[in-house]
Design a protein around this ligand. Structure first.
Ligand code: GTP
Ligand code: MG
Length: 198
């Protein structure tokens, strides 16, 4: 699949379905793991989604319309979890926002669960992944920031991630927004989730 066009549609804290009603693919994962960068890399636009050097950059649900000419869909940038500086109130607000999104988004076709190649998944990561399975939401795990470790050591980093999340190699894509590692593979996984039932 190619991305031929991308456009920011809207930002919201309280999810309500956009009128276009396209199928959605949402990015979820810890703060700072590279969800917004991943969207920019897929769309090959450096400033489409706002990227931050410190965690907690994306605070709202951001929706981007992709390929509006033919086979359109939405990429959805969700705020990250596990943000160390977040206070209780903020964590609660995040929970309410996410619960509503997952409960109300009827056109959600799949999730890209982003984790950092350098770190073993956290309890929050495990909880998120279990939640996706329990809801029966198709997902792919994007193992991001692959450029931060040498090519030869990637398998060594990947093993504990697969084990902790209990996912199979075919459910994962090693990814880098920096050098586009895994971009094509992730696009084809997204295409499969989007058009699986067609
Ligand atoms: N080296 C490298 N850095 C990356 C990559 N992806 C993201 N980053 C950097 O990681 C930081 C966080 O990136 P974001 O894309 O804002 O992360 P996020 O997951 O959207 O974070 P929140 O919005 O806070 O949830 C930025 O400084 C990015 O430049 C990658 O693949 N490789
Ligand atoms: Mg972000």
């Amino acid at each position: 699949m190619e991305i031929k066009s991308s456009r920011f549609v809207t930002s919201m804290s309280d999810y309500s379905a956009p009128p276009e009603g396209f199928g959605q693919i949402a990015m979820c994962g810890r703060s700072n793991v590279g969800k917004s960068s991943l969207i920019n890399c897929l769309c090959r636009r450096s400033k489409l989604a706002k990227v931050g050097a410190s965690p907690g950059k994306t605070r709202l649900i951001n929706i981007f319309a992709i390929n509006e000419g033919k086979d359109p869909f939405f990429l959805v940038d969700l705020p990250g979890y596990g943000f160390a500086k977040a206070d209780k109130q903020e964590i609660a607000r995040w929970g309410v926002m996410m619960d509503k999104y997952f409960a109300d988004c009827e056109s959600l076709k799949g999730v890209v669960h982003v984790v950092d190649i350098r770190h073993e998944p956290t309890k929050d990561d495990i909880r998120m992944n279990v939640f996706l399975r329990q809801c029966g939401i198709p997902f792919v795990v994007a193992v991001s920031k692959a450029d931060k470790v040498s090519r030869g050591s990637r398998q060594k980093y990947l093993a504990p991630i697969l084990r902790t999340l209990q996912v199979q190699p075919w459910q994962t894509v090693v990814f880098s927004a920096e050098d586009e590692t895994g971009r094509e593979e992730l696009l084809s996984q997204i295409e499969k989730m989007l058009f699986a039932g067609d």
